[in-house]
Design a protein around this ligand. Structure first.
Ligand code: GUN
Length: 285
């Protein structure tokens, strides 16, 4: 078996063209141009490339994006002041603070200072309650992107044995909650799961979502034929090439469908960010 590839890149492009462009068009007819501000503190190189993607997708969707750059030495107080200004600025619909932040800045404090109605990353507590139930909230982007990817690929979730590896605040935990709302028979594996328990769950998984942040951790021999695999990891190998949390070559021999790295979950995260920005602008109507 050779897995069919779920292209996040293609799905994201279709969402922009078929869903976001018409929504932005409607907003513009009413005199509103959705605007996203990205705050970039320091010069983390991966952040710089993620931000470029966010700018590119914004432009394709017709959303205005503005990157506000600050030196590594920026104080927490000054950053909080900048966010307060943005919260009060009616022309801005969404703001994200690109992570990681320098160590002297309290990330949680900064994230919670963003107005929940402009928190388009969906990182704040207010946007992490009752995920997928409250239509008005701005869901966290990677979990939302994964759910959209499954939905657009017509992968049934209700009654399906779904395994999530990882329990982070920004991916594992929220995606598990969203899957549960869709009726998944859910198992969450994490660092405290006994190895034999994890091995059994992996063999039984019909859908596997891997978000552990360890390069090529999962191999084909651990899985059953026909499994559907979503790889959330992204890592740079020493030779400069990219890989995920999943060992692509061995897993593609047993999986029926799998998401690649790059071009899988990454573009889905970005398109979800842009969708949240459009949604935030629509809520101002
Ligand atoms: N750093 C890596 N990924 C992300 C993301 O999705 N949002 C923000 N704000 N920072 C990140």
């Amino acid at each position: 078996m050779t897995a069919k590839i779920i292209s996040g890149r293609d799905i994201a492009q279709r969402i922009i063209e078929k869903e976001l462009n018409p929504r932005v068009q409607k907003l513009k007819q009413k005199g509103i141009t959705p605007k996203l501000v990205v705050i970039f503190v320091g010069d983390h190189s991966a952040s710089a490339s993620y931000i470029k993607q966010k700018e590119k997708f914004s432009a394709l969707a017709g959303v205005v994006s503005e990157v506000r750059r600050f030196p590594e030495s920026l104080s927490e107080e000054a950053l909080l002041g900048e966010i307060a200004k943005i919260n009060a600025d009616k022309s801005i619909h969404g703001v994200i603070v690109q992570l990681p932040l320098p160590a002297h800045i309290n990330m949680k404090k900064v994230i919670e200072s963003i107005a929940p109605t402009k928190d388009v990353d969906g990182f704040g507590e207010a946007n992490n309650k009752d995920l997928d139930v409250r239509e008005s909230s701005l869901p966290p982007c990677t979990p939302k992107g994964i759910m959209t990817m499954l939905e657009k690929s017509k992968i049934p979730i209700s009654g399906t044995r779904v395994v999530v590896m990882g329990r982070s605040h920004i991916v594992g935990r929220p995606v598990a909650e969203m899957l549960l709302y869709k009726g998944a028979l859910l198992k969450v594996l994490h660092s405290q799961t006994p190895p034999d328990e994890a091995a059994r769950a992996l063999k039984e998984a019909q859908v596997l979502i891997v978000a552990v942040g360890k390069p090529e951790l999962i191999h084909g021999e651990q899985l059953s034929k026909g499994v559907i695999v979503i790889d959330v990891g992204i890592h740079k190998r020493e030779d400069g090439s990219m890989c995920g949390d999943v060992h692509f070559d061995s897993v593609s021999k047993v999986a029926s469908l799998m998401s690649p790295v790059p071009g899988g979950v990454g573009p889905m995260t970005v398109v979800s960010l842009i969708e949240n920005t459009v949604k935030a602008a629509e809520q101002k109507l």
